[in-house]
Write a protein that binds this ligand. Structure first.
Ligand SMILES: NC(=O)C1=CN([C@@H]2O[C@H](COP(=O)(O)OP(=O)(O)OC[C@H]3O[C@@H](n4cnc5c(N)ncnc54)[C@H](OP(=O)(O)O)[C@@H]3O)[C@@H](O)[C@H]2O)C=CC1
Ligand SMILES: CCCCCCCCCCCCCCCC(=O)[C@@H](N)CO
Length: 332
C-alpha cells in the first residue's frame, strides 16, 4: 500500500513538472523603464508617490494623477529630484478624480499620452479605506469605496488596454490589498472593492496570456502612509489587532517592490511572510516549476498554520464583543 502511494506521488510530481515546463507562459521580460511613460493614479501620496519615485530613478517619464493640485505639485518636485536623467525625463501631473466618468478619464489619459507618449505602464494605486463595522457604515462611504477602489482602477485600465494591445507591449499594475486575500473585521466595504480589483485582474491576466501585455496584482499589508494614518481614526480595535499582525511597512519599500515585481513580470506582488503565505494559499500565480512544487509540498502545513491564525483572529473578535458587552452592562 505504501509503495502504491509513493508511486502515485512520484507520477503526479513528474507530470506536474513536465506539464509546467512545457506550458509555462514564457513571459516577455521588460529590461528597462528608461524613456518609458508610466502613469500612476494616486501618485501624489503614499505608495503611489513611492512607486513614481522608483520609476523616475529607473529613467521613466512619469504622469501622476490625483485630485489635490497642491499635493500633485509637491509630489512632482520630489519625483524630479530623484530622476536618473533630470534633463531628459518628463515628470508631470494631471488633476483627475478617478471616480468620475469614463469619458473624463479617457480625455485625461489621452492628453497625458499626447504630452509624453504612449502609456507603457499603468499603476492603479488611487484608493482609500474607511474602516468600521458594516452595520455602522455610511451608505455613501460604502459606495465611494467601490467607486474609487474598483471603478477607479477598472476605467483607466479599460482605456490603456487598447493601445497596449495594438503595440503588443505594456504593464498594468493593480494595487489591491492583503485584505483581498482574507476577510477581516472592520474592512467589509473596503475589502469588497479590493476583492473586485483582484477578480478583474485575475480574469484579465488570462485574457492577456500570449500577448506582450503583462499584469501585476499587488497585495500590500499595512503601510505607513497618510492614507493609513487617516484610516486609523475609524479603525475598530479588533481591526488594528488583526490587520497589524501583518506588520507595518514603509511606502518606500512597498512602492519600490511593486515597480520591480511588475518589471520582471511577477503575477502577484506580495510582501513579508504573511504575503507569501496568503498568496501561496490563495492565488492563481504559476511562476515556475519550483514555485509550484513548493506550493504542493507546503500547502498542508501552511493551511494548518493559517487555520490557527484565523482562529486567533476569531478570539480577538469574541474578546472584543465581550468587552463591549461588559462596557454596556458593567457587573455591579
Ligand atoms: N496604506 C495601507 O495600509 C495600504 C494601502 N493600500 C492601497 O494602496 C493605495 C494607496 O494607499 P496609500 O498610499 O495608503 O494612500 P494615500 O491616501 O497616502 O494616497 C492615496 C492617493 O490616491 C489619490 N486619490 C484618492 N482618491 C482619489 C480619487 N478619487 N481620484 C484620484 N486620486 C485619488 C490621493 O490623491 P488626492 O487625495 O489628491 O486625490 C493620493 O495620491 C490605495 O489603493 C490603498 O487602498 C493597500 C494596502 C495597504
Ligand atoms: C503563516 C501565515 C501568516 C498569515 C498571516 C495573516 C495576516 C493577515 C493580515 C491581514 C492584513 C490586512 C492588511 C490590509 C491593509 C490595508 O489594505 C489597510 N491598511 C487599508 O489601507
Amino acid at each position: 500500500m505504501f509503495l502504491y502511494i509513493v508511486l502515485i506521488i512520484i507520477t503526479v510530481v513528474a507530470l506536474t513538472v513536465y506539464f509546467l515546463n512545457s506550458s509555462l507562459d514564457k513571459k516577455v521580460v521588460y529590461r528597462s523603464l528608461q524613456n518609458r511613460h508610466i502613469v500612476i493614479t494616486g501618485g501624489s501620496s503614499g505608495i503611489g508617490k513611492s512607486s513614481a519615485i522608483e520609476a523616475a530613478k529607473l529613467g521613466a517619464n512619469v504622469t501622476i494623477i490625483g485630485r489635490d493640485e497642491r499635493k500633485l505639485k509637491s509630489a512632482v518636485e520630489e519625483i524630479i529630484a530623484e530622476c536618473m536623467n533630470r534633463n531628459e525625463q518628463k515628470i508631470q501631473y494631471a488633476t483627475l478624480d478617478v471616480t468620475s466618468s469614463y469619458d473624463k478619464i479617457e480625455k485625461c489619459l489621452a492628453a497625458a499620452e499626447t504630452d509624453i507618449g504612449p502609456i507603457f505602464m499603468l499603476v492603479n494605486c488611487a484608493g482609500t479605506c474607511i474602516c468600521g463595522q458594516f452595520e455602522n457604515m455610511k451608505i455613501e462611504d460604502i459606495k465611494m469605496m467601490v467607486d474609487l477602489n474598483y471603478f477607479g482602477s477598472a476605467y483607466p485600465t479599460k482605456y490603456v488596454l487598447k493601445g497596449m494591445k495594438e503595440r503588443d507591449e505594456g504593464i498594468i499594475v493593480f494595487v489591491s490589498s492583503e485584505a483581498a486575500f482574507i476577510g477581516i473585521y472592520g474592512y467589509t466595504a473596503y475589502s469588497a472593492g479590493k476583492w473586485a480589483v483582484r477578480g478583474l485582474a485575475e480574469a484579465l491576466m488570462m485574457e492577456l496570456l500570449g500577448t506582450g501585455v503583462r499584469l501585476t496584482l499587488a497585495f500590500p499589508p499595512d503601510t505607513d502612509t497618510p492614507g493609513f494614518e487617516k484610516e486609523e481614526l475609524t479603525k475598530p480595535n479588533e481591526t488594528k489587532l488583526i490587520s497589524g499582525s501583518g506588520g507595518l511597512h514603509s511606502p518606500e519599500k512597498i512602492g519600490k517592490k511593486i515597480i520591480h515585481d511588475a518589471l520582471v513580470g511577477k503575477t502577484y506582488s506580495v510582501f513579508g511572510f504573511s504575503g507569501q503565505v496568503l498568496s501561496l494559499l490563495n492565488g492563481l500565480s504559476i511562476e515556475s516549476t519550483s514555485q509550484v512544487l513548493m506550493q504542493v509540498f507546503t500547502m498542508g502545513i501552511l493551511r494548518a498554520i493559517l487555520v490557527s491564525i484565523i482562529l486567533s483572529f476569531h478570539k480577538i473578535v469574541k474578546d472584543g464583543l465581550l468587552a463591549r458587552r461588559k462596557e454596556k452592562n458593567p457587573v455591579k
